[in-house]
Write a protein that binds this ligand. Structure first.
Ligand code: THG
Length: 263
């Protein structure tokens, strides 16, 4: 399971200003903490970054990769910023993301092909958020087809069903639809396509004391249905302990009495 740390993002009260002021300390500290806690990749979310996004993304990639030895998941809708980050990235990066929107496909697919990066394909179109697993599948098929047309290796594609908050009235059923979509995505190709979710979207707006439970149990259900990767908060200890336990039960790590400390 690829665990992508979500903490370096422009919406954060400490990280947002540090990004704008090009102040490396809080960013480096959070990068190290996430890798120490078990993240194998870090998401670098600069949002739409309309103002000098290219310079900011290149600076962030160099700053974070100067401090930790993991690949990065570059999270922006700005294709100029995306390419600036890919150009300075060491090793194989991940593009976060294209959707089924033809404009996003046209801007992100050629970058994925040129840099041989991993690519997240989000089940979203310019027409709006999908209503169920079938609508998510239709977008996934379009993205898979676009990969083949643009010479993007399907091994590098990670399909994302787009997790919504379980707290939104009338949208609670969407959580199960996401689990079903993950199952269906994997059946689109042989070998199976890979899948990813932004896990904590589910508990956005929920009471803080319920977040670890919602995230942890949702993660477990997704993992049982073939999930390959997740964007998560690795500093959420209770949640990370659930992941370590799943690894032990799945025979991915050797059981010992102190596995919560050692894994
Ligand atoms: N799919 C893909 N990419 C994504 C998402 C997705 N990127 C963004 C998001 N969803 C996943 N990343 C985050 C990042 C931060 C938070 C939630 C999801 C968040 N952060 C606050 C902070 O950092 O201050 C609050 C954290 C907290 O609750 O303490 O909430 O679905 N492909």
């Amino acid at each position: 399971m690829l665990l992508i740390g979500e903490k370096i993002n422009v919406m954060s009260k400490t990280i947002g200003p540090a990004m704008k002021e090009r102040n490396p300390e809080p960013i480096v500290e959070l990068a190290k903490a996430q890798v120490d806690a078990g993240a194998n990749m870090l998401d670098i979310n600069i949002g739409p970054a309309t103002k000098a996004g290219d310079e900011m993304m290149a600076w962030l990639v160099e700053t974070v990769q100067g401090a930790v030895d993991v690949p990065l998941c570059l999270d922006t809708t700005n294709p100029v910023a995306m390419e600036a980050g890919l150009a300075v990235h060491k090793g194989q990066a991940m593009i976060n993301s294209t959707s089924g929107d033809p404009e996003r496909i046209a801007s992100m697919m050629p970058l994925a092909a040129k840099y041989n990066s991993k690519l997240i394909g989000l089940a979203l179109t310019e027409k709006g958020i999908p209503r169920d697993a079938n609508e998510r599948m239709a977008v996934a098929v379009d993205i898979m087809t676009a990969c083949m047309e643009h010479g993007v290796d399907l091994e590098n594609l990670y399909l994302d069903p787009l997790v919504l908050s379980i707290t939104v009235p009338g949208a609670q059923y969407q959580t199960l639809e996401c689990i079903n979509a993950v199952k269906m995505f994997k059946e689109l190709n042989d070998p199976p396509l890979k899948t990813v979710v932004g896990l904590s979207n589910i508990s956005n707006g929920a009471l803080p004391e319920t977040k670890a439970l919602l995230d942890g149990i949702f993660f477990t259900m997704l993992a049982c249905n073939g999930l390959d990767a997740a964007i998560i908060d690795p500093l959420e200890t209770e949640f990370m302990n659930m992941i370590k336990t799943i690894k032990v039960i799945n025979n991915d790590t050797v059981f010992c009495q102190s596995y919560l400390e050692l894994c």
